[in-house]
Design a binder for this molecule. Structure first.
Ligand code: NAD
Length: 398
């Protein structure tokens, strides 16, 4: 009988765990005691799920190895950040495979979901073989299934996004079994027989998006220098059949600011120094400075005294509708202005540490700086005097 264990219960692991628990005997495992305690009380601190979604019969959350050593299907969803030198930091994967080496049994199946560079699954599988003396695709099986979940996105979710599943073994029974589990996660599976290709595919999806946004950020800054209306320039260009439109903005989160460094790292190791992949990173990282300079200029032109300026920054999490502040340039901008102007507030209903905004007191602020795009913020923008709005990415103004 299948007994599933999801290792790492964050933005990726928890939804998978909840989905599978409806069909299989499932255990959610995490090393973070607070995460386990809150989930056991039915609380998701990431604010993605309600109590009724979390309290599922038979579903157990645990941080104890004794609770998971009888499982036979392990799905690894741990973080893959970068170090301060912008190199892949695989310590979480290392730790989880170390754990697996202590409990791996004949017949077990492991699926890695974390975003990695090509060759990571193979490298950790080899280590596992060495430690356990069990043979991959014979005694046990390893697969790779990159995650495409888009937190905060109500229309694209686990139910309707396509999912890649890579398995290199020849055992049809195992393949059928893995597919039967993953069919419960995603209706549309795209099967691959090459794990490295699937690992690379995940990387380039995010690199492409990072570069596309970077291009629009650059066009925005060029239009600004040339005193041209960015929206109008894009509207005109969009009338060409093959022009693809993107929104400029502050790129953050756990994926786009990180994943390009994974592929370029392995490319460099194999003798190719990438020229395009990281160019978007530089532009996208610069955007917080662009915003800060723009705001400083607006404030300087307004002639309001520095110690009197009251500014409200709207949108702090890395994107609208999520609680995630990892790599959020908006938080950095807030910190900068809090230091510079003592009357700076940061508002975001999706971020629990944000300041409260009293809608009856909107008038008391000199400026509102809009950093995210979404209906709750549009409502504020619509109620404001245009002169008070600083909207660097033209989300609410032309
Ligand atoms: N967040 C996203 O939108 C998203 C989308 C697609 C892919 N990914 C990828 O999925 C992976 C996970 O990302 P996330 O956003 O869910 O991360 P997260 O930080 O939200 O969650 C990771 C969880 O893993 C736990 N953990 C860390 N080490 C562990 C270990 N050794 N054993 C058990 N648990 C451990 C942490 O405590 C945490 O709860 C990353 O590789 C990321 O790049 C994320």
């Amino acid at each position: 009988m299948l007994k599933i264990c999801v290792i790492g219960l964050g933005y990726v692991g928890l939804p998978i765990c909840l989905k599978l628990a409806k069909s299989f005997n499932t255990i959610g495992y995490d090393i973070n005691s607070e995460r386990i305690d809150t989930l056991n009380k039915g609380v998701d601190i990431n604010d993605e799920f309600k109590k009724k979604d979390i309290k599922i019969n038979n579903l157990i959350f645990s941080k104890k190895i004794e609770d998971i050593n009888q499982c036979n299907f392990y799905i690894v969803c741990v973080p893959t950040p970068i170090t301060h030198l912008k190199k892949p930091d695989l310590k979480y994967i290392d730790k989880s495979f170390n754990l697996l080496s202590k409990i791996l049994k004949k017949g077990d199946i492991i699926v890695l979901e974390s975003t990695v560079y090509p060759g990571v699954t193979e490298a950790f599988t080899k280590k596992l073989e060495k430690k356990t003396k069990l043979v991959n695709n014979y005694d046990f099986s390893t697969c790779y299934s990159p995650e495409r979940i888009n937190p905060g996105d109500k229309s694209r979710n686990l139910n309707n996004i396509n999912k890649i599943l890579a398995y290199e073994g020849e055992d049809r029974r195992i393949k059928k079994l893995i597919i039967s589990v993953y069919k419960k996660i995603s209706k549309k599976l795209i099967f691959s027989k090459d794990i490295k290709e699937a690992e690379t595919a995940k990387g380039i999806e995010n690199i492409q998006r990072d570069l596309n946004i970077a291009l629009f950020n650059e066009i925005l800054m060029i239009c600004d220098k040339l005193k041209l209306n960015f929206n109008e320039v894009v509207r005109l260009a969009s009338t060409k059949w093959n022009f693809i439109n993107f929104s400029p903005g502050l790129v953050g989160g756990h994926c786009l600011p990180v994943d390009p460094y994974y592929l370029t790292y392995i490319a460099k190791k194999r003798g190719y120094r990438s020229k395009v992949t990281l160019s978007g990173r530089e532009v996208n990282n610069y955007m917080k400075n662009y915003v800060i300079n723009l705001v400083n200029l607006v404030i300087k032109t307004s002639r309001i005294k520095k110690n009197k300026v009251k500014i409200c920054i709207v949108g702090l999490t890395y994107k609208y509708g999520v609680a995630d502040t990892r790599n959020s340039q908006k938080i950095e901008i807030l910190r900068y202005f809090k230091k510079r102007f003592k009357n700076t507030k940061g508002f975001d209903p999706f971020f629990k540490n944000a300041d409260k905004l009293n809608y009856n007191e909107l008038k008391k602020y000199d400026f509102f700086l809009f950093l995210s795009k979404g209906p709750k913020f549009k409502k504020i923008a619509d109620s404001l005097d245009q002169k008070k709005m600083i909207d660097p990415f033209f989300y609410y103004s032309n």
